[in-house]
Design a protein around this ligand. Structure first.
Ligand code: HEM
Length: 260
């Protein structure tokens, strides 16, 4: 019996959106089950961790959106080009300024795993633009789905202001109805002209994109654990320290529990 992973010629005639969902089901579960994401879902995320993940996302979206801009008129990408609705770089810049202060560009770290993801995005954008949709799908449809749950958790766990500061990344001002927009996005993906062989490569690239994300989470988790072992303080830096919430850091490793 065929499984979705075998990508038989027959199964390749299904819509790309359906194939992507099937092909990434397993890696999606893997991503949800990384310690970083599991803790996050329980509201166990420190400000230090949240700042690190926001920094990594900034590097990732800068690369993704640079490659999207390069390919915006290329028919292999153009139908899914939605900068006003989806692009996150400007939102991440806002968040980083909030968390790290005005000097954020000099302060944010870029771990190896994040660099690897960034390199893949540039490689794909320059050499295989027909695969770029796999990366856009993985990030943007995720942000419009589980991302909205994570937003609420982060807001509660980190006691971020209800006015939305620090959460611009999760806030899609150009999308009034996420479910409807996802439907539109899927229909645009399905309208991309693609032969079976290319479809297979897109599915493989989407799985790779998930794995690159998983590696970023694993690296962040490692960084945080190491820092805690070495007794490095997990203090917020920059302006947030003075203008954000009063909160105590017990030996620099306080986990803020959301109680969810
Ligand atoms: C705690 C972590 C996560 C949770 C709770 C979560 C949850 C969800 C939920 C509830 C959906 C909607 C499913 C549906 O509409 O049928 C979804 C869809 C999706 N998620 Fe996640 N997710 C998580 C992590 C991730 C990560 C790390 C990625 C990739 C980087 C990701 C990418 C996606 C994508 C691409 C979709 C759209 C699937 C489709 O409709 O084709 N998710 N997620």
């Amino acid at each position: 019996m065929e499984t979705p992973q075998t990508h038989s010629s027959e199964s390749m005639s299904k819509d790309l959106s359906e194939l992507l969902k099937e092909a990434t089901k397993e890696v999606h579960e893997q991503a949800e089950n990384t310690p970083f994401m599991k803790n996050f879902q329980k509201g166990q995320v420190s400000l230090h961790e949240f700042k690190l993940v926001t920094a990594s996302l900034y590097f990732i979206y800068s690369a993704l959106e640079e490659e999207i801009e390069r390919n915006k008129n290329n028919p292999v990408y153009a139908p899914v080009y939605f900068p006003a609705e989806l692009h996150r770089k400007a939102a991440l810049e806002e968040d980083l300024e909030y968390f790290y202060g005005s000097n954020w560009r000099e302060e944010i770290p870029c771990p190896e795993a994040t660099k690897k993801y960034v390199e893949r995005l540039h490689y794909v954008g320059k050499n295989h633009p027909e695969l770029l949709v796999a990366h856009a799908y993985t990030r943007y449809l995720g942000d419009l789905s589980g991302g909205q749950v994570l937003k609420k958790i982060a807001q509660k766990a980190l006691q971020l202001p209800s006015t939305g500061e620090g959460l611009a990344f999760f806030t899609f001002d150009g999308v009034s109805n996420a479910t409807k927009f996802k439907q539109l996005y899927r229909s645009r993906m399905n309208a991309l002209e693609m032969d079976h062989a290319t479809k297979k490569r897109v599915l493989e690239e989407a799985k790779k994109a998930f794995l690159l994300n998983i590696q970023v989470f694993e690296a962040l988790q490692e960084l945080v654990s190491k820092g805690q072992e070495n007794g490095h303080p997990m203090q917020p830096t920059g302006e947030l320290r003075t203008r954000n919430i009063n909160r105590s850091y017990e030996h620099g490793k306080t986990l803020l529990r959301a109680g969810v």
